[in-house]
Design a protein. Structure first.
Length: 205
């Protein structure tokens, strides 16, 4: 069974438009390895997750934490659904650094896109002469058995969240970051990052 993206964590507003697209990519990746999946609607999943949190908070026998809530959630689902494993995928920011336009995090390399670099800036090599913290976006997968035990988790890098804007960097030597309009839309990058997140639970081909 595969849960909706970011069911258990708060979603940054800029991720909201791509959650359905990301879910389709994750589900397609799993199906592509010959596995059948069952899914829950976001509405049903949110209601069940809220009920699990409430049960944990009201129980004297359970610790009030994520692990307890997930165990209640998963075992409750297992009463009405037959599954070998439950997959909870999330999309999250991961801070990383870039040097000479190359960024490495969570198993992938990405080339940052530099915009608004003047001819003079190009001559000075400004796009290669700075180090900047930049947000990588990764897929985090957690896999639980029907008893709610965590059996696998891993991150896989998907995309860089920002382009590097050099409009004023020639004078300040400090570039600014601009959110990408095509965030999480590169299918090759998504496929690579999803594969990194699931490997070796679903070995890469």
């Amino acid at each position: 069974m595969v849960l909706p993206i970011n069911l258990t964590i708060k979603t940054p507003p800029e991720f909201e438009p791509v959650l359905d697209h990301m879910f389709g990519a994750v589900a397609g990746y799993i199906r592509g390895r010959g596995d059948s999946i069952e899914t829950l609607s976001r509405e049903d999943a949110v209601a069940l997750w809220a009920a699990a949190i409430k049960e944990v908070k009201e129980s004297d026998a359970l610790e009030d934490n994520f692990e307890s809530a997930m165990r209640v959630f998963v075992t409750g689902l297992a009463e009405d659904h037959a599954f070998n494993a439950l997959i909870s995928p999330s999309v999250a920011y991961r801070t990383t650094k870039t040097r000479e336009r190359t960024v490495k995090w969570d198993g992938v390399f990405r080339k940052m896109k530099v915009i608004n670099l003047s001819d003079q800036g190009k001559k000075k090599g400004l796009a290669r002469s700075f180090t900047v913290e930049i947000a990588g976006v990764s897929l985090h997968v957690m896999v639980f058995d029907p008893g709610g035990g965590l059996i696998f988790q891993k991150y896989g890098g998907l995309d860089l969240a920002h382009n590097v804007d050099m409009t004023s960097a020639e004078f300040t030597m400090t570039p600014s970051l601009v959110l990408k309009v095509d965030l999480l839309k590169d299918s090759e990058h998504l496929d690579e990052g999803i594969g990194k997140a699931f490997d070796p639970y679903f070995p890469r081909r």
